[in-house]
Design a protein. Sequence first.
Length: 325
Amino acid sequence: MRNQYLASLLIPTMLLSACGGSDDSNPPITEPTFGLVNIAISDSPMNQVSKVELVLDQLVMTDEHGTVHTHDMAQHRFNLLDYPGMASHTVISDLQLPTGRYHDVHFTLINGDQANGCAIENGQGRSPLMVEGNHLPLHDFMVNEHEALFLTMEIDLYQSMHHGDNQYHLNHDGIYSIDNRDMGHIKGEMDPQWIANCETSNTDKTPAGGQFYHMAYLYQNSVTSIEQMADVSPTRSDGKFSPVAVSPIHQDMNGDWSFAMGYLPAGDYRVGYTCLGHLDDPALDDLSEGTFSLFEDAGSVTVEEGGQETRHQCGNGHRGRGGRG
């Protein structure tokens, strides 16, 4: 009878041990979580070039554990000039990635020294385009569970495109990427009287063909006057500031002059204007050489986040022609 009593006490204890009590050292297996990534590319166009053809080979990124992830772009080919200002071209759509932080993110390219690689077209024909490091960099990003991330790479060709040794080179200067939640756009109205006055004041600097290059220059908010505004240059030692973005100013069929700058980090900026864009070589300090100058200070502007468009009036804007506005 005593043995039966002891057995009745031991059975529940054995069952508890078999069900994984305090001696179980195997942690539960957690399922991986995922988020979605979308990447688009936009540009600030440039004169004298009719086509900038990029050929993307792979998207490469490294996660926080050191694992390298690659996504085949199938030699995705597109003309960068088709997506100026606030326009953009989606190159990655709803790519599923494990959650976590990614760094060393970049697109590799089929460089211009290879058949069917990146290329430039201008009035002289088609030429190979050599890209710095054979890649386009993106900033680090975080993928959150069940969240879609939207990034845009902005390529400012006036700052990143160089021509030398009979070749076109696309450097990383002027290339940045941004989370679409943190950026906004500028749509600018240019005073046509400024256009006329700048051309009249610079008749001795009229470019070949007689077509001035009217340009809007965007500076960081530490710039408070035209005396601090400088040209695009790799280095500065004069206390002035090079622009953070540059955009051509175009005249529409109504005679109005406008410019657009897209995918700018939210914040405060200042706008400058010149008609001497043809004298701004991004590889040189043309301001110190005396060939280039800004013509007007177009004042401050605030870019709002969330992809909002900010309207900015330079001088009297479209009303500067004495008509509608």
